[in-house]
Design a protein. Structure first.
Length: 224
């Protein structure tokens, strides 16, 4: 038998989005400060200033709340619309917007602390690690895969493996500076240095997947 309180909202009753946001904000604070296992729905309700019933009316269980908190953090820096390909907008500009958002996301205090939390708790709770991966990194990879597929179809770049290209893109953006930040032996890049890094990565990516670069690679393969 479930211990979750019964949802008293009728199906057609709109939820209070301000309370939902307060719950998400409280959850992010508590998950990062106390860890997943030590954070209860009661504590989230208290931190958010709402009732436990209100928490459960928005999020059916703690896993759902954790997933929503991770997705909300990603959405704040990388909205879904970033992964669209508007008519008349240069591909390079679209990629730069994503690159800047991703770089800000992974180097934010919340993201750094969350990654550290997952590294310490992942071995004890592999399911939690999977939830985090699907709500955060995998969600962005899939969005990027769809975008790169559209770019390939447009002919702007030659990308026959969009998912692999998405992995390349995000891994290049992480760079050494992000690893040092995660390990606690480095500082966040300055705004100018971060922009230079983003510009270099996007430029490298564009050159690697240009149609003429792909054709040149095929010629080299045939001649080897």
């Amino acid at each position: 038998m479930s211990n979750n309180p019964v949802n008293t909202n009728s199906p057609g009753r709109p939820k209070d989005m301000a309370k939902r946001q307060a719950i998400l904000d409280a959850a992010k604070i508590l998950f990062l400060s106390n860890g997943y296992a030590s954070t209860s729905m009661d504590a989230v309700a208290l931190e958010a200033g709402v009732s436990k019933l209100t928490v459960y009316s928005h999020f059916t269980d703690k896993e759902t709340l954790f997933t929503a908190a991770v997705e909300a953090k990603c959405e704040a820096q990388l909205p879904v619309m970033y992964f669209e390909l508007p008519d008349g907008v240069p591909v390079e500009k679209v990629l730069l917007n994503i690159a800047r958002g991703f770089h800000l996301l992974i180097n934010s205090d919340e993201s750094v602390n969350l990654h550290r939390l997952m590294m310490t708790s992942g071995n004890q709770d592999p399911k939690l690690s999977q939830i985090f991966f699907e709500a955060g990194p995998m969600r962005m990879l899939q969005g990027m895969e769809r975008l790169l597929g559209k770019i390939n179809q447009s002919g702007a770049l030659n990308i026959d493996k969009p998912f692999t290209a998405a992995e390349h893109f995000f891994c290049l953006l992480k760079g050494t500076a992000n690893f040092r930040l995660l390990y606690g032996c480095g500082e966040r890049l300055s705004e100018a240095a971060a922009e230079e890094h983003v510009q270099e990565v996007v430029g490298l990516f564009m050159r690697a997947y240009r149609a003429d670069a792909a054709a040149s690679g095929q010629c080299l393969s045939l001649n080897s």
